[in-house]
Write a protein that binds this ligand. Structure first.
Ligand SMILES: NC(=O)c1ccc[n+]([C@@H]2O[C@H](COP(=O)([O-])OP(=O)(O)OC[C@H]3O[C@@H](n4cnc5c(N)ncnc54)[C@H](OP(=O)(O)O)[C@@H]3O)[C@@H](O)[C@H]2O)c1
Length: 261
């Protein structure tokens, strides 16, 4: 079986990718700055964990050495994001090419073409670095994760509300469904040097999803419509985050809520 390197494999999406790739019998190496303890939540037995920093390059050669394919599920917060997506991606693809890694799969976000939101622009730059690299590259753009939209609703917690961006719809997707597509791509599915978009099974208003979260979580906090300002708010209200033509027949938000511990 090919050796799969999961960069950012300790993160939300990366953990699901790692679990899927190990379950398929791949030899899996996970790279991130911090190596988790083997009793940490989300630790995948059977994967090998190594410390590597995309931005400084420390540990990167050891991580890519022997890998046949890499899946990049890294992320960065705030201003760090631009470094991880630019400097980090460049370090990654150049080191991987030097060590003979044949294929790369990058996890990106649906609907970011022409974006003005800085984080999305940084993702576009990361995509470009991957596509221009010497590796056979596949980009998988996903709509918002179930966990992500839930985190938006929970931003209202400290104000005693469940916040729902007004005039906004989401097509949330389960990270396990995203992981399956990423590992398929790592195995060679899809067109080389192409971009595929995937979305959750249904487009729903933020208000309806927030109500489902309210009911599932048992909170008495009211759902409060909030108008998001800036380029992210306008992009979402224009529906640029949606990809109904690419809906996967996967786990919907209601079923995901029902399956939570
Ligand atoms: N949230 C969504 O709804 C959504 C939708 C579509 C696509 N995406 C994309 O999916 C990707 C993964 O998102 P996520 O929410 O799963 O991320 P996450 O939970 O924040 O995980 C990020 C991962 O990257 C690692 N990392 C961060 N900085 C690093 C560095 N300098 N060197 C090496 N590893 C580093 C982290 O580990 P350490 O901190 O230990 O290094 C962690 O393993 C992102 O690129 C995001 O844009 C997200």
């Amino acid at each position: 079986m090919p050796r799969v390197l999961v960069v950012g494999g300790t993160g939300l999406a990366g953990r699901a990718v790692t679990a899927d790739a190990v379950a398929r019998g791949h030899d899996v190496v996970v790279a991130s700055r911090r190596v988790p303890d083997d009793d940490a939540p989300g630790y995948v037995t059977g994967a090998v964990y190594v410390a590597a920093d995309l931005v400084s390059g420390a540990g990167l050669e050891e991580a890519v050495d022997g890998a046949d394919v890499l899946i990049d599920a890294s992320n960065g917060a705030g201003r760090r994001a631009a470094h991880v997506f630019a400097t980090g991606a460049m370090n990654l693809v150049q080191t991987a090419a030097r060590f003979g890694v044949g294929r790369a799969v990058l996890l990106s976000i649906a609907g970011i073409d022409d974006a003005r939101y800085p984080y999305y622009r940084a993702k576009l730059a990361q995509e470009r670095i991957h596509l221009d690299s010497a590796l056979e590259t596949r980009i998988v753009r996903a709509t918002q994760f179930h966990d992500f939209v839930t985190a938006i609703f929970e931003r209202g917690r400290r104000f005693g509300t469940v916040t729902a961006p007004s005039g906004t719809r989401f097509q949330p997707i389960a990270v396990d469904d995203v992981a399956r597509v990423l590992v398929d791509a790592a195995e060679g599915a899809g067109e080389p040097n192409g971009i595929v978009t995937i979305g959750g099974p249904r487009v729903e208003s933020a208000r309806s999803l927030a109500r489902q979260w309210k009911q599932a979580s048992g909170t008495r906090r009211p759902v409060l419509p909030v108008r998001l300002t800036g380029p992210l708010g306008s992009a979402w209200r224009a529906g640029r985050n949606l990809a109904p033509e690419h809906a996967l027949d996967g786990l919907g938000y209601d079923a995901w809520l029902g399956a939570r511990d």
